[in-house]
Design a protein around this ligand. Structure first.
Ligand code: ATP
Ligand code: MG
Length: 434
């Protein structure tokens, strides 16, 4: 894509109440537009990143046998009354129409998914035929968050992947739950934050001993975790405060020297729901003997918008974002410097060759913009590879026939001048495999 054609521009302005690094860079880079506290629209660059994150998550959910659905955002009040959450959930958006009829604006989907399942599943045979029985969706959620001050990390409208699994026995549940732990690790690795993200024991609520969160170490995190790096997992400080001593022992908490304290962002969590939501809807099945049992459930969430914000928080420098290749909006940022016709022609040829080979290129072909401004924009947008065509690069004697391109990774200080042929050899196979 030619940057002269991209409708967004970078800017120097950030809304006064947005203090987080992720909001600053994503807004200034033109990835998102802030509508109100905790509410953002995705613009072309931001949507490209979101789609890549979605596809990685979708691939991994499909691998474990999840089936994708898209449930409604409007949710019947009656369902929420059944689970007791119409009154109990204090961040629930309740909206009413002109006749006074009230509905909930979905903050999560247990109240929708259980009645759907109940409509189709009633016998143990239904479970055996559909193994695993797990539905997921990627969708906007609505929560009346009080603290919506950290950009994409805490939205009032935000995008979540939520999966719900259904089981006839504990063993089957445990089996799937363990698989999901591994799948989550794979997802965080694939989006580039695996090295900073830890499986973390968290409070399990009323029904189970603990749940598991995936926490990414970041100074901008709201949570505090104690990390046991030897064992590769962590415990949320809130659990320690609750005095859940079993977990502490399991984590070697008595051997204090092995644990370090960190601020962290919860990018995902997995939960044993037992019969908490199936029971209120009497979602049950009959076994071989004809006896009735309530269905067991697990749920598995990842906040995609929070994940994108987290990547920006932890993979950036003072100049801007440093996108991992897997979710970058483009693979290559090609810059042409100066107004010389020969240089422009060469840059256009590089653009066309890369594009023809299937590489996603953002081509900064804008005229009347100084090299300094182009470099600053490129650092802000954070595309992994910057390729510059200029009079200087073309004059370089190490490349024949004036075809030099200065190539630099976003996380490197210095670039290297190479030929188009070399660039194609270096970039194309990697770009196509991402
Ligand atoms: P938190 O403790 O941060 O409020 P939560 O326990 O309410 O999170 P869940 O309801 O389990 O979160 O939602 C699943 C996932 O959705 C979380 O792990 C997180 O990644 C994401 N998420 C939750 N709330 C928000 C929000 N307000 N904005 C963006 N993402 C969110
Ligand atoms: Mg919450």
């Amino acid at each position: 894509m030619k940057q002269s054609n991209l409708f967004t521009k970078t800017s120097k302005d950030v809304p006064a109440d947005e203090v987080s690094r992720n909001a600053e860079f994503l807004i200034r880079g033109g990835f998102v537009h802030k509508e109100m506290a905790g509410v953002f629209s995705y613009l072309p660059l931001g949507l490209r990143v979101l789609r890549k994150v979605e596809n990685i998550i979708r691939e991994e959910m499909n691998k474990v046998g999840g089936q994708e659905v898209l449930m409604s955002s409007f949710q019947p009040k009656e369902n929420w009354e059944k689970t007791g959450r119409w009154e109990a959930m204090d961040d629930l958006y309740k909206v009413s129409d002109s006749s006074g009829r009230e509905v909930a604006l979905g903050p999560t989907h247990e109240e929708i998914v259980v009645p759907i399942l109940k409509n189709y599943i009633s016998s143990h045979k239904d479970f055996l035929e559909k193994k695993p029985l797990a539905l997921y969706q990627i969708q906007n959620k609505f929560r009346m968050e009080l603290r919506a001050k950290s950009g994409m990390l805490r939205g009032r409208e935000f995008i979540m992947k939520d999966m719900y699994s259904f089981h006839t026995n504990e063993e089957d549940f445990e089996d799937f739950y363990e698989k999901m732990k591994e799948v989550y690790k794979t997802i965080f690795k694939r989006v580039g934050i695996g090295h900073l993200t830890y499986l973390t024991f968290a409070s399990g609520g009323t029904f189970s001993k603990y749940s598991h969160e995936f926490q990414t170490i970041s100074s901008s995190g709201e949570d505090t975790i104690f990390l046991n790096s030897e064992k590769d997992f962590a415990v949320n400080k809130e659990v320690v405060e609750l005095g859940n001593l079993d977990i502490l022992k399991e984590l070697g908490f008595d051997e204090k020297n092995k644990l370090s304290e960190h601020k962290a962002i919860e990018v995902g969590n997995i939960f044993d729901l037992k019969t908490k939501y199936s029971k209120p809807f009497d979602f049950s099945y009959t076994d071989q003997k004809g006896d009735k049992h309530i269905v067991l459930m697990g749920c598995y969430g990842i906040g995609l918008s929070r994940l994108i914000g987290t990547v920006v928080e932890v993979l950036s420098d003072d100049k801007g974002i440093i996108w991992p290749e897997s979710i970058a909006p483009f693979a290559v940022h090609l810059l042409v410097l100066g107004e010389d016709e020969k240089v422009k022609k060469q840059a256009l040829q590089v653009y066309e060759s890369l594009t023809k080979s299937g590489v996603e290129v953002l081509f900064d072909d804008r005229s009347g913009i100084s090299p300094g401004e182009k470099f600053a924009d490129s650092d802000l947008l954070g595309i992994p590879i910057r390729a510059v065509v200029s009079a200087r690069s073309m004059k370089d004697s190490s490349v024949e026939a004036g075809g030099g391109i200065e190539v630099k990774r976003r996380n490197e200080e210095k670039g290297k001048i190479i030929s188009l042929k070399e660039l194609l050899i270096q970039i194309v196979p990697k770009a196509l495999s991402r």
